[in-house]
Design a protein around this ligand. Structure first.
Ligand SMILES: *Cc1c(COP(=O)(O)O)cnc(C)c1O
Length: 416
């Protein structure tokens, strides 16, 4: 990006921005939750909507001067409806976790029983982890993956639902590489009279790109997503609901329940990102994300890596490193020194504590945005394999970093 004012007013900050631009351009981003937004999204984020206080909703604001804010927020909502087929959408939640908080706050009472996926099996902190607000406030029962197959077993979900009669079932994940059986989840929720809540933070872009099925069409009562992962927008969230009563409760929970003024510059950028996601190129993009992910997983398997569930249906994979001579954290650090960013991850029924996880998670959304395809996945798998062998050898890691940098230089990072 070209900066007009920072070179005059704040060189110290400008230098850090430039350094971060270099870091993002020189390395390979395999963190599954990250992506690069378009320069258009970045421009909207830097717009004067930032200056506006707009507590309330379109047509019902607590401050004057919101006529245009109403238009931009309505535009974001209309585009999101078109993209996901939802009836009601709230675009004000500040990020994924606050969006989930708003859903619980709107639809549950403290102490209510909820069924969700365990964190170390691929769930999210906000799905009832004991150290999270959600785990402290609601009575979560958690399901996991079968340790042999690495897959969620719907029969177990059904059994737990019958046994515990939860008021809500949360279906969603941060580190699960297989398709979710949304319809079965909703049927189980119906059977026990629970609210069906889906959190598609990770896969929203793949659903929007019509590459995998989604929970809205499966009839979920409420669906949240972040806007900054596969959906490739600014850091923010959407909350979608099926009926008006639920939507009203959600709106009241977001404001005045939890938040004050919404971030309208972010909402403007969400509108831009949703506009991009409605284009045919975005379907192509999300298709390639999955093609790349399957290719990377296949290559890693051929290098002797064990992948949880033996493959992937989406943009990510979790590697079980127990057959390699390195833990998740050491491996993540070694990869970083070789110019490759990833995140250490627990594996289902991890024998090691969460601070020393036995796995690592890779994802293809960011490298696919840069334009990388199958041939690059082959190279990347090879480097990853070399790092498992040389993770303690600084010189060899530096040599890999040089090769990584040469490849990275051929693929532009949008906005840099
Ligand atoms: C990333 C993620 C979130 C949280 O999003 P933040 O924007 O980091 O708060 C919530 N749920 C799931 C499933 C996620 O993967």
């Amino acid at each position: 990006m070209d900066y007009k004012f920072l070179p005059i007013t704040d060189v110290e900050v400008l230098e850090l921005i430039k350094k971060e631009e270099r870091r993002q351009a020189d390395g390979l981003e395999l963190i599954a939750s990250e992506n690069y937004t378009s320069p258009a999204v970045l421009e909207a984020m830097a717009s004067v909507f930032q200056n506006k206080y707009s507590e309330g909703y379109a047509g019902r604001r607590y401050y004057a001067g919101n006529e245009i804010v109403d238009e931009i927020e309505t535009l974001a909502i209309e585009r999101a409806k078109k993209l996901f087929g939802a009836n009601f959408i709230n675009v004000q939640a500040l990020s994924g976790s606050p969006a989930n908080l708003a859903v619980y706050f709107a639809l549950l009472n403290p102490g209510d029983k909820v069924l969700g996926l365990k964190l170390d099996h691929g769930g999210h902190l906000s799905h009832g982890h004991p150290i999270n607000f959600t785990g402290k406030t609601y009575d979560f029962v958690q399901f996991g993956c079968n340790s042999e197959t690495g897959r969620i077993e719907m029969d177990e979900v059904e059994k737990l639902a019958r046994e515990h009669q939860p008021k809500m079932i949360v279906a969603g994940f941060s580190a699960y590489s297989r398709d979710f059986d949304w319809i079965r989840f909703r049927e189980i929720a119906d059977e026990v009279g629970a609210i069906a809540f889906a959190d598609i933070a990770h896969v929203a872009g793949l659903i929007a790109g019509k590459q995998i099925s989604g929970p809205v069409e499966a009839g979920f009562d409420v669906v949240t997503t972040t806007t900054h992962k596969t959906l490739r927008g600014p850091r923010g969230a959407l909350i979608m609901s099926k009926d008006e009563e639920v939507a009203k409760k959600i709106n009241r929970a977001v404001f005045p329940g939890i938040q004050g003024g919404p971030h309208e510059h972010i909402i403007a950028a969400i509108a831009v990102a949703l506009g991009e996601a409605l284009q045919p190129e975005f379907a192509e993009y999300s298709k390639q994300v999955i093609v790349n992910s399957k290719k990377l997983a296949g290559e890693l398997i051929s290098h002797g890596f064990k992948i949880v569930s033996d493959g992937t249906d989406n943009h990510l994979m979790v590697i079980d490193l127990q057959n390699k001579n390195v833990g998740g954290r050491e491996f993540t650090e070694a990869l970083d020194r070789a110019g490759i960013s990833a995140s250490a991850s627990t594996i289902p029924n991890d024998p090691n504590p969460p601070m020393k996880p036995s796995g690592i998670r890779f994802g293809t959304p960011a490298i696919t945005t840069r334009g990388m395809r199958e041939a690059e996945m082959e190279k990347i798998a090879e480097w990853i394999s070399r790092v498992t062998e040389d993770w303690e050898d600084s010189e060899k890691l530096a040599a890999i970093k040089k090769e990584v940098g040469e490849l990275a230089a051929k693929f532009l990072v949008p906005g840099v």
